[in-house]
Design a binder for this molecule. Structure first.
Ligand code: NCD
Ligand code: ZN
Length: 353
């Protein structure tokens, strides 16, 4: 076995863990928690995480699962709340100052899983952004147009950058903004340009590895269907280029691992790629293909720490070793959920040091 890389203190800055009531949480959480020092669980749970009290309770739910798997205390949790025009700023600030809330996530109304209560126009959000900017509360943006806007799904991110993201950045220059799961050339170039010093982006493994042909050719693979949807090759290449040449440290690991049971995928093709069981290998594979393994440590951890001013506590520090191994077959399903690379052979394997 040949060591390919050692990674320390991985942070998954965008992961869906669902809730304890919904069976998926105990199934997917250990896959991520085992290898990361920190995880930022998304608030589009059912019910959503709207308030600081919801965030506190959600953290406790996750901790219960971590405890069950003997992972409690080995991984930090960054609770984020689901932003709506009704978000109570006093509660948000109190929760932030108390450490119950790390940040806020904004969904475009109706554009993805559990987003019916999301934002449709950003103007109504300005008073909330203003408070977030003042207190240093970060904003994560799912940058697509709300469903009631008539826009082609493949162009949705591009339009939302123009209509939503840029106005936010222009009006709130000191607001820390993370554009989530970028999928377009326009996004990659905007983030790397440095035009907005407080803007970073998370990048999923699937958007680094694949273009839309992988999902559509030879029959639709709904396991690769996620929001924002995989785009043309030129977009994948632009994202790769931006990540490869990232000198400012503005691209972050955010898997967007989003588990849906196979039965639900079959029935409605719901959006989400389940990458948690293989996410380390997936990023290593992508960075190997890009020939920039030396950039992976910054992407997986350091850029997050720098942008959010975070230091990994001693008890949560971990080293993950990725080795070249005899090809092994990624299972077709894990606990009823189809993972990324399902049924494919991989010659990489991650383990804790
Ligand atoms: C996510 C999910 O299933 O919760 N799905 C997805 O396709 N990414 C929601 C999201 O992050 O948009
Ligand atoms: Zn997501």
């Amino acid at each position: 076995m040949k060591e390919v890389i050692k990674l320390t203190n991985i942070i998954d800055a965008h992961v869906h863990l669902r809730t304890i009531a919904d069976k998926r949480m105990p199934l997917c959480t250990p896959h991520t928690a085992k290898f990361v020092s920190g995880m930022l669980p998304m608030p589009n749970t059912n019910p959503h995480i709207y308030t600081s009290e919801d965030a506190r309770k959600y953290r406790q739910e996750i901790e219960l699962v971590l405890k069950h798997f003997e992972l409690l205390g080995t991984v930090d949790i960054f609770p984020t709340i689901y932003l709506t025009p009704q978000t109570n700023v006093n509660d948000l600030v109190a929760g932030y100052l108390a450490g119950d809330v790390f940040s806020c996530k904004q969904y475009p109304r109706g554009a993805t899983t559990n987003s019916a209560e999301g934002v449709s126009g950003i103007k109504e959000m300005f008073p909330i952004y203003q408070v977030m900017e003042k207190y240093g509360i970060p904003l994560h943006v799912h940058c697509e147009m709300p469903m009631d806007v008539d826009v082609d799904i493949f162009d949705s991110e591009k339009f939302a950058i123009q209509e939503m993201l840029i106005p936010i950045l222009d009006n709130f220059p000191n607001l820390k903004v993370s554009m989530e799961h970028i999928t377009t050339k326009k996004a990659a170039e905007l983030v790397s340009s440095g035009r907005y010093p407080n803007l970073v982006a998370t990048v999923t493994p699937q958007h680094l590895l694949y273009d839309r042909n992988k999902m559509l050719r030879g029959g639709l693979d709904s396991n690769l269907y996620c929001m924002p949807i995989l785009k043309r090759k030129e977009h994948m290449e632009a994202i790769r280029n931006a990540v490869k040449n990232d000198e400012r440290g503005v691209f972050l690991c955010g898997t967007d691992s989003a588990p849906h049971f196979k039965t639900d995928k079959n029935e409605c093709g719901c959006a989400g790629v389940y990458s948690a069981p293989v996410f380390v290998e997936a990023y290593v594979k992508a960075f190997m293909e890009m020939n920039v393994l030396e950039k992976l440590q910054a992407f997986m951890s350091d850029n997050f720490c720098k942008f959010y001013g975070y230091t990994v506590p001693e008890a949560m520090q971990k080293t993950v070793v990725v080795e070249q191994v005899e090809p092994w077959k990624v299972p077709d399903v894990y606990d009823g959920i189809v993972p990324l690379f399902h049924g494919e052979e991989l010659n990489l394997k991650a383990r804790l040091q």
